[in-house]
Design a protein around this ligand. Structure first.
Ligand code: HEM
Ligand code: HEM
Length: 225
């Protein structure tokens, strides 16, 4: 089972992940209303690029956008959750050892203590994000079972990876469960709302470009608007 999970299944999961997100990016860009906007976007491209970068930057820095400032506790939770979610799997010693063994390549790695800390941070913040959806009526009304499922898919490899690494119980069992939950994670990204991993950047760029050119960004620069 270990050989299948780290062999063909891992290949399949990574292929679906990378090809899937590339397809989502292409479909998003092709789905834009090119007829309506092409003139001003192609003429005032520099204003557009500036607006797009500004919009992305203000949203990936904690408290830099107004929306992040209105709910400080939630903002901290979301940033801690995402930092652990993105940094841990890429720079984990265990993953890079596997990469080295299979493909002869590896990235820079974080210490085991840091990995444990980030993993705990992801699990704790996911727990609070779960409670946040249950506790606040304005969030609860927008929440469906699908949102809980996605949170669970996102955090599952952290719970199983942590238990395997601690060797608290049956190591083989938790390791296999970890690899399978990691593969579900990878496959879920292109097919679910987790695709915001790339679509976040595209939609922020699109809105930033719009505001950078048409909605006040070029005020006083001779654009009739
Ligand atoms: C093909 C998929 C994957 C394979 C083969 C794999 C393999 C492994 C291995 C061998 C370990 C080390 C266990 C030990 O220390 O004995 C591990 C730990 C871990 N993995 Fe994965 N993994 C995969 C996917 C993922 C994904 C997608 C994530 C997260 C998004 C993830 C997060 C973690 C974490 C958080 C740990 C433990 C961290 C700690 O030391 O506390 N893994 N994984
Ligand atoms: C660089 C990549 C990413 C960015 C910029 C990003 C950004 C965001 C933002 C802005 C939110 C919304 C917070 C709000 O409700 O106001 C969010 C929520 C969320 N993200 Fe990401 N994300 C990224 C990658 C990921 C990945 C890889 C996963 C997991 C596979 C993930 C899982 C989630 C989940 C589960 C939520 C919902 C949390 C809740 O229940 O409230 N994100 N993300």
């Amino acid at each position: 089972m270990y050989a299948i999970a780290t062999g063909p299944l891992a290949w399949l999961a990574f292929l679906i992940f990378f090809i899937g997100i590339a397809v989502r990016v292409v479909l998003y860009i092709r789905g834009l209303d090119w007829k309506l906007d092409r003139v001003t976007y192609t003429v005032n491209t520099m204003y557009g690029i500036k607006g797009a970068l500004r919009s992305i930057l203000f949203w990936i820095i904690p408290f830099a956008s107004r929306s992040w400032r209105t709910k400080p506790l939630f903002t901290i939770l979301v940033f801690v959750f995402h930092l652990g979610l993105l940094i841990t799997p890429v720079f984990l010693l265990g993953h890079n050892l596997l990469l080295k063994e299979r493909w002869g390549v590896s990235l820079w790695t974080i210490s085991e203590g840091t990995a444990d800390l980030l993993t705990i941070a992801v699990m704790v913040s996911a727990g609070f994000l779960f409670l946040h959806r249950i506790a606040l009526p304005e969030v609860r009304i927008l929440t469906t079972a699908y949102d809980y499922l996605l949170l669970l898919i996102a955090v599952a490899p952290f719970i199983t990876g942590f238990l395997a690494h601690r060797q608290a119980a049956d190591y083989q069992f938790w390791l296999i469960l970890h690899i399978l939950s990691g593969e579900v994670w990878l496959i879920a990204v292109p097919f679910t709302k987790l695709s915001h991993m790339v679509l976040f950047f595209l939609s922020r760029a699109q809105i930033g470009m719009d505001f950078g050119i048409k909605r006040g960004g070029m005020k006083g620069k001779g654009l009739a608007w």
